[in-house]
Design a protein around this ligand. Structure first.
Ligand code: IFM
Length: 462
């Protein structure tokens, strides 16, 4: 078999200067959970709660990237990517969530950056991809206002050391997941179920973002690119009814506008504020917070996986749930699904990018995550002929090209993910990598999708 053979045409329609990358996150790949002074994060704790993570999996070893970093950078180089998006583990760099830097922990990221630069790969730093030091959760976590200030201090420890070699610093990855899944739904760390705590977490995550951008910009010795990454989908009414239109509005309000409006317009959306007030809730805003949150930044990271429809009635036709709250029921569009049961909706990706361009103008966009899990079937050599993932990437890259043609200022695309890795509550059961990882041996084998990505990048540059 020729592993470079693919049945999917190479990606086209994007200019030679477009940035191509791969992305990962610290807890999902690093392992070495107790080495060199790293303390537990909320995910170390949560993954030990019985039933919280599939199969009782943890990030203790993950892809052992902490010990295999040079080989993993060599792998990226072999794929020809321009940039690598990785996150810094706060409990490695500042083990107690406050206080001095842990040199051994920060040293890992210095070596990583040097290795990348030495291989012609541009580092793209995410400061927070969900691994809050457990000590800060014990002190109240993101619902506690002080955590925003702790985050800005931590960001400065990283920035001070890396700003000479790193151009792009993004603050948070997907604060909706941290706040909503972590503090309201409880399926992510720290596993709390408290609606008002999740609102407070949202506000303090955004505040921490603004404080960090202000602090970094004030301390920069040369210009940098600052940003934040949000996970965004599209929310369409399931049917042509008032109830379904209102459900879609609510979903869009809580999922997208609750973040982008304060970041770009300096205010929480009025309809969402009214919805929250109707249930006796409010964002815990102090004077001056929205000025901090709306501090200008340079790039919006867009993580897109799928779009959904929303219905304002439950399966029995009720418009309100047992707590008396309006029903907002996700209905998956009738399309093929990934192994996550997520619908495959590339045309909605184009629509999202155009909507961001229209509603939040003047902000360059970079796709900081896009990809898919499928039930890979490696052959005896570990090679995976993943037509399904290749087709997913091809259709979504085409969706980006279509958005650009219609005016959206999209400047780059990072495939999620370089490696199969710890997929949060799904443990190691879901594989998003374009490179297969045999967790028993830690052997890495590029899948067909990786080779297709490599060949597409090369062709687009030619
Ligand atoms: O694996 C995650 C990542 O950590 C954040 N964005 C979505 C990915 C797939 O679920």
């Amino acid at each position: 078999m020729n592993p470079t053979t693919t049945r999917i045409p190479l990606a086209t329609g994007l200019p030679p200067k477009f940035v191509w990358g791969v992305a990962t996150a610290s807890y999902q790949i690093e392992g070495a959970a107790a080495e060199d002074g790293r303390t537990p994060s909320i995910w170390d704790t949560f993954s030990r709660v019985p039933g919280a993570v599939h199969n009782g999996d943890t990030g203790d070893v993950a892809c052992d990237h902490y010990h295999r970093m040079p080989q993993d950078v060599a792998l990226m180089k072999s794929l020809g990517v321009d940039s690598y998006r990785f996150s810094v583990a706060w409990p490695r760099v500042q083990p107690h969530g406050r206080g001095p830097v842990n040199e051994a922990g920060l040293g890992f990221y210095e070596r990583l950056v040097d290795e990348l630069l030495g291989n012609g790969i541009t580092p793209w730093v995410t400061l927070y991809h969900w691994d809050l030091p457990q000590e800060l959760e014990d002190a109240g976590g993101w619902p506690h206002r002080d955590t925003a200030y702790r985050f800005a201090d931590y960001a400065m420890l990283v920035f001070d050391r890396l700003q000479d070699r790193v151009d792009t610093f993004t603050t948070l990855n997907e604060p909706w997941c941290s706040a909503w899944l972590g503090y309201h739904v409880g399926v992510h760390a720290p596993g709390r179920r408290d609606f008002d705590a999740s609102l407070a977490a949202t506000h303090h995550l955004l505040l921490g973002h603004g404080l960090a951008v202000q602090a970094m910009r004030a301390a920069e010795t040369r210009p940098h690119t600052y940003g934040i990454t949000l996970n965004m989908g599209t929310a369409d009414p399931h049917g042509d009814t008032e109830a379904d239109r209102d459900a879609a509005r609510r979903a869009d309000g809580m999922g997208l506008r609750l973040y982008l409006d304060p970041l770009r317009r300096g205010e929480y959306p009025a309809d969402v504020v009214a919805d929250l007030a109707a249930r006796g809730s409010a964002m815990p805003v102090h004077d001056g917070d929205l000025e901090v949150i709306s501090t200008p930044f340079d790039v919006l990271g867009v993580n897109f996986y799928f779009g959904q429809d929303f219905a304002g009635t439950d399966a029995d036709g009720n418009t309100h749930d047992e707590q008396g709250e309006p029903v907002v029921r996700a209905v998956l569009p009738d399309t093929p699904r990934t192994a996550m049961d997520w619908p495959i909706t590339p045309e909605r990706f184009t629509r999202l990018l155009l909507r961001l361009h229209r509603d939040y103008p003047g902000l360059p966009l970079v796709v900081t995550e896009n990809g898919a899990a499928f039930d890979d079937q490696p052959d005896e050599t570990g090679y995976v002929a993943d037509d399904d993932r290749t087709a997913y990437l091809a259709s979504h890259i085409a969706a980006v090209a279509a958005a650009r043609e219609q005016g959206a200022d999209v400047r780059g695309y990072f495939a999620w993910s370089l490696l199969d890795n710890f997929e949060w509550a799904y443990g190691y059961a879901k594989r998003f990598g374009i490179v297969h990882v045999d967790y028993a041996t830690q052997e890495r084998t590029p899948k067909q999708s990786a080779l297709w990505y490599r060949d597409s990048i090369a062709a687009l540059r030619a």
